[in-house]
Design a protein around this ligand. Structure first.
Ligand code: FE2
Ligand code: FE2
Length: 136
């Protein structure tokens, strides 16, 4: 009984994670298309690819092909970029990445596949913040 419940909880976490990763792919793709800076665009294109890899990791657990990316963040974040500028928006994106690190912590303890995903999210947060610093 206990084991069943655990597995069910994990599956819910994987589905939630898969959805979040799919949303992130679309968000970074749209953001890459919206930014004016070449360095920013390349970074966001790279992050979109990472998030697709993450979605694939969780798909391997869920086998759920029905999930589709939600457009909310993919519309809101590029819009905020245009209106508020990168100095306001990139820290929020980085915060989301660091929150994902915490979100994945319990599952990463149990599943090695998720460990890499978790550490990637930390790197993503750092990479987005690095875009606010001057190029050397
Ligand atoms: Fe991710
Ligand atoms: Fe990420």
């Amino acid at each position: 009984m206990g084991i069943f419940k655990k597995k069910k909880d994990d599956m819910a976490a994987f589905l939630y994670a898969q959805q979040g990763e799919l949303d992130a792919v679309l968000m970074y793709e749209k953001l890459a298309a919206a930014v004016t800076d070449d360095r920013d665009r390349k970074t966001f294109e790279r992050l979109a690819k990472d998030e697709q890899r993450h979605a694939d990791v969780f798909f391997a657990f869920t086998k759920d092909e029905s999930l589709k990316p939600k457009k909310t963040k993919a519309i809101a974040v590029p819009f905020m970029y245009k209106v508020l500028g990168k100095k306001a928006v990139y820290p929020l994106i980085a915060l989301g990445e660091y929150q994902a690190v915490w979100k994945y912590r319990p599952v990463a303890k149990k599943y090695d596949e998720v460990k890499t995903v978790k550490s990637d999210e930390r790197h993503h947060g750092n990479a987005v913040l690095a875009l606010l610093r001057e190029e050397k």
